[in-house]
Design a protein around this ligand. Structure first.
Ligand code: ADP
Ligand code: MG
Length: 695
């Protein structure tokens, strides 16, 4: 029996029937407290609110029927089948079981009354139900008709639907005894036509027979929107509070060094684009403040973010403090290190290098120079922010390709550079442009700048999709391009979770291509190589020693070789649109017309076909992202793994995108008028531990 002081915050073990073993299984569904059950929404519903006459049944109907057993027999159809013929007077149907016990078999005596739920299908001799749920009725017992639709929950191994229904029943009862506080202000609910929390939860778990199931399946029912809205609000307010916190924190104002920055910009071999100039100004103005900058730069591949980061770093150095830039891969970090070296060396600044795979002596030396401040600019991978790295006076942190790091990492980094109650300025950069509503949700803690202009003279990459059956033709095209002095990439598929298979695929392609193209200098770069080897391979490609570079997707970010004008991508149908767009951004950096060939394994499904068509039709990263979002959902676009975008329990950023402007408005008024309510909403959805940081 539930003890009387159990409430929604109690552990699930207060519910009848939940012992330690079941509790562990439920944990796999992220169910820990009674309240969590309320937010575990059904995937779909079944209608057991009415009996359907067997005579009126049609194939495809999933429904409840009742009737009398006429005959039960086992037959052999390759294996043993138990067939039970049943009638309700209006018609007959066969129940078919492939697995059954002797005891079950004995139940189905002629004259026994049953009630069954299942899907009617066309069988050899009329309609059938295969393995229906059924119950034997006692004499005079009526078929149990439900008065609400039956919820079907997301299943976890070893937890049956019946069990989940029983547990949610108990949780719903507890909810009615101890209703959770209604946290959404009435005016907000009224404005958006959203029901109260308790009503919404009850409705979604136990909808009435006449509920609008179509909108519930689409996730657009007001009751679902009600919950999604509050969840989005919780995440949004949590991130906003981080930003508000930054406004109260101290940072070193970096106001000097204007002349140094100006003459650096003049010394560059190119003129900054208008967009770069605008973003630089925004950054310089942020840096001069006494509160930490928290700014995101969004800019398509090739829009020139690196030099903008370099200018920010130079500003810090000119003010006598340290700046660090972190990139997600060794390759990219090394490339930045090289660019920064080229740009800064004339000014007497030698950037330090720190990476995970560095030799001990080099690492010691780097650590020492970082600690004593002789290294004013430090470039590296996430090794930069690991234990044992002490900065003397870190005042600016730049994170490149932020989408590869999570929001939690971003927040953790903020804490890292802290010394003497002063926070570093933070600049994060991403080449995965995301639609505005999504950016609102994902980057609510940041100010945003957009570099929406490419350097002049760039020809858009022309893209085609070709079945891999035409591989020979494509190989011939590579030969032609390389013999006319251009260079090409051949990108091999990323094999999820396995850099061994990745490596094998790349090696196989490498062997195929060296054999097919003996007249070309072919190189290979993959993720399992030591950084120095990779570096040599890339360098050889960069200086033209290698004409065709076979690579895994390690080259995805940042690699910069102007003379490369052809890219072949194998198994393109398996890759994300944004990733393909990133890869494609490796060509089209010079002034010759570049081409990208997406090789796919036929036959292509409808979705894959439209996805590849997006790349063929546009070179605009924002459009690609928008279409990717529509076609696949935000988890994949931002890749929950890579994005740090939290896992939402109920909200879905594509489906619920139009809620975001309302979320933003509501958040403002709640934060201003009733901060206690705001904190309670954040706690309800994110818990105490799940927050983005101190809130
Ligand atoms: P991304 O935004 O993808 O990181 P990069 O910073 O790597 O782009 O820049 C791509 C290339 O464009 C680099 O070779 C860089 O030196 C060059 N570049 C950057 N800004 C300009 C500009 N204003 N004019 C011409 N070339 C530029
Ligand atoms: Mg870059």
């Amino acid at each position: 029996m539930q003890s009387s002081d159990s409430n929604l915050a109690s552990p699930l073990t207060v519910l009848n029937g939940v012992g330690p073993a079941l509790a562990i299984k439920l944990e796999r569904l992220n169910l820990n407290r009674v309240e969590d059950l309320l937010f575990l929404l059904p995937l779909r519903y079944e209608d057991r609110t009415q009996l359907v006459r067997i005579g009126a049944l049609q194939a495809g109907n999933r429904c409840l029927i009742t009737g009398e057993v006429l005959l039960a027999e086992t037959v052999y159809r390759g294996r043993r089948n138990l067939l039970v013929r049943m009638s309700d007077g209006s018609g007959q149907i066969t129940l078919r079981f492939f697995h059954f016990s002797r005891q079950q078999q004995a139940q189905f005596q002629p004259g026994v009354r049953l009630t069954c739920f299942g899907e009617a299908r066309k069988g050899a001799t009329g309609l059938e139900m295969i393995h229906p749920e059924y119950r034997v009725l006692r004499e005079n017992q009526d078929a149990a008709i439900n008065d609400t639709l039956t919820a079907i929950y997301p299943a976890t191994e070893g937890v049956q639907q019946g069990r989940l229904r029983n547990l949610t029943d108990q949780a719903l009862r507890l909810m009615q005894q101890h209703p959770p506080e209604e946290l959404l202000p009435q005016p907000v609910r009224d404005r958006l036509g959203l029901p109260e929390l308790v009503d919404a939860i009850l409705y979604l778990h136990r909808p009435p027979a006449d509920a609008d199931v179509t909108s519930m399946l689409a996730g657009t029912h007001p009751c679902q929107q009600r919950l999604a809205f509050e969840e989005l609000l919780a995440h949004y307010m949590s991130l906003r509070s981080l930003r508000a916190l930054a406004q109260t924190e101290d940072a070193r104002p970096l106001a000097n060094g204007i002349t140094e920055v100006d003459s650096f910009i003049k010394s560059l071999p190119f003129v900054l684009t208008g967009a770069q100039r605008r973003v630089v100004d925004e950054i310089l103005s942020d840096l001069s403040q006494a509160h930490p900058m928290m700014r995101l730069i969004q800019g398509d591949v090739g829009s020139g973010k690196t030099v903008v980061a370099a200018i920010a770093c130079l500003k810090a150095v000119a003010c006598g403090v340290q700046a660090a830039i972190m990139a997600p891969t060794e390759l990219l970090a090394e490339q930045h290190w090289r660019s920064f070296g080229d740009w800064f060396r004339p000014l007497g600044i030698e950037p330090a290098w720190l990476s995970g795979s560095q030799r001990a002596a080099a690492r010691r030396e780097a650590l020492a120079s970082i600690a004593d401040g002789s290294a004013s600019v430090v470039v590296g991978t996430h090794a930069l922010f690991q234990e044992g790295v002490e900065f003397q006076d870190l005042a600016l942190v730049v994170i490149d390709e932020q989408h590869r790091f999570g929001v939690h990492q971003r927040v953790a980094l903020r804490e890292k550079g802290v010394g003497e109650g002063s926070y570093p300025h933070q600049l994060v950069m991403t080449a995965t442009p995301i639609p505005r509503t999504l950016a609102m949700a994902a980057y609510a803690d940041l100010d945003t700048s957009i570099i929406d202009e490419l350097p002049p003279g760039r020809e858009p990459v022309s893209t085609i999709a070709v079945p891999e059956t035409r591989r020979e033709e494509i190989v011939a095209r590579v030969r032609e391009a390389c013999q006319s002095g251009q260079q090409a990439y051949w990108v091999c598929p990323l094999i999820e979770e396995s850099d061994v298979l990745d490596y094998e695929a790349a090696t196989a392609s490498y062997e195929m291509l060296t054999e097919a193209l003996p007249e070309l200098r072919v190189g290979l770069v993959h993720g399992r190589m030591r950084p120095a080897e990779k570096e040599r391979g890339m360098q050889a490609f960069k200086d033209g020693t290698i004409q065709l570079l076979v690579a895994t997707t390690v080259i995805e970010v940042g690699v910069d070789v102007g003379n490369a004008s052809l890219m072949i991508i194998e198994n393109a149908e398996r890759m994300g649109l944004s990733q393909l767009h990133q890869l494609r951004g490796r060509v089209g950096r010079g002034t010759t017309q570049s081409h990208c060939v997406l090789l796919y394994k036929p036959p292509l499904g409808q979705l894959a076909r439209s996805r590849l068509a997006v790349l063929r039709d546009t070179n605009d990263g924002f459009l690609v992202a928008q279409r990717d979002l529509e076609l696949r959902g935000p988890g994949e676009l931002l890749g929950t793994r890579q994005t740090g975008l939290p896992d939402y329990r109920i909200a879905n950023l594509v489906r619920d995108a139009e809620l975001m402007p309302g979320v933003q408005l509501a958040a403002e008024s709640i934060i201003r008028d009733t901060p206690r309510v705001g904190a309670a909403i954040v706690r309800r959805w994110l818990g105490d531990a799940g927050r983005y940081g101190k809130v």
